[in-house]
Design a protein around this ligand. Structure first.
Ligand code: CP
Length: 294
């Protein structure tokens, strides 16, 4: 039984074994297999989600698990119950693992220590989103084979991005060359020692262009002059996409602010892997669920 709280403390070998197991599940033609038959899992989303929540549920159901879904707005959280009391309550009912997404950063480890069942991080504040980075690495490996020396530009709202952090930690373990690109007010100073900030002109000369959503809901002050001004300076516009090297792939964890960080016409561009990333989330989460409770 193993929790997955982040990729920072996971070895390259452990990450590789998840990616390899995901490739196995990806190659299976049977839609449902009973690998997790008689296991009960709860998806505890204290923050909204479409992709992560549904692909975890797809993954769990494809493995034959019994799935319980929690919705914070229909729960006793509304009456002031704490996150700990909520996850501990569900554990006490006999579930075998809990998948959790929550807004605060830095509380997950403490929660995991107080539970006896595995906890899987589906995104904790700005800290980590390990299954997103795993599916991102899987998508890059599908296209490039090897991650060593791969030039990856992560562009946009680095400050608030758990996706950027999990990708940074994981990609560097495999020898990828990660660069950031962001306006001053979206940079994360504590990450500057791990990856350099470069201009947009330099950032688009990479093997992988990973665009990030501007997290409008997490900024408290005036973000930028206008959405169009941001788009012109840091967006993957149709014009910029048209000049990418032919081997470059475009990624975005989604949800997207279309015509802010990525143009409408670029989302399903021939070099975009955005919907492939979403598809890859299912075998990755199958491998993660299996690792947690089998
Ligand atoms: N990429 C991602 O985590 O999407 P959701 O917030 O919709 O789960």
């Amino acid at each position: 039984e193993r929790s997955l709280l982040g990729l920072k403390d996971l070895s390259a070998a452990e990450i590789n074994s998840i990616l390899e197991r995901a490739a196995f599940w990806d190659s299976q033609t049977d839609k449902v297999v009973p690998a997790l038959k008689d296991k009960f899992v709860a998806n505890m989303f204290f923050e909204s989600s479409t992709r992560t929540r549904f692909s975890f549920e797809m993954a769990q159901k494809r493995l034959g698990a019994e799935v319980l879904n929690f919705s914070a707005t229909a729960s006793s959280i509304e009456k002031g119950e704490s996150i700990y009391d909520t996850v501990r309550t569900i554990e006490s009912m006999g579930v075998d693992a809990e998948v959790i997404r929550l807004t605060p950063s830095g509380v997950l480890e403490g929660l995991a220590e107080r539970l006896s069942i595995p906890l899987i991080n589906a995104g904790d504040g700005r800290n980590e989103h390990p299954t997103q980075a795993l599916l991102d690495l899987y998508t890059m490996k599908q296209h490039f084979g090897d991650l060593r020396g791969l030039k990856v530009s992560i562009i946009g709202d680095i400050e608030h991005s758990r996706v950027a952090r999990s990708n940074l930690w994981a990609l560097q373990k495999f020898g990828a060359d990660v660069k950031f690109c962001a306006p001053e007010n979206m940079r994360a100073p504590e990450l500057a020692e791990y990856a350099p900030y470069v201009s947009m002109e330099e950032a688009v000369c990479a093997d992988v262009i990973m665009m990030l959503r501007v997290q409008l809901e997490r900024h408290t002050e005036g973000l930028f002059k206008s959405k169009d001004d941001y788009r012109m300076q840091y967006g993957l516009t149709e014009e910029r996409a048209g000049k990418l090297a032919p081997h470059t792939i475009i990624m975005h964890p989604a949800p997207m602010n279309r015509n802010v960080e990525i143009d409408d016409a670029v989302v399903e561009h021939a070099q975009s892997r955005i919907f492939k990333q979403m598809a890859n989330g299912v075998p990755i989460r199958m491998a993660v669920m299996e690792r947690a409770i089998q």
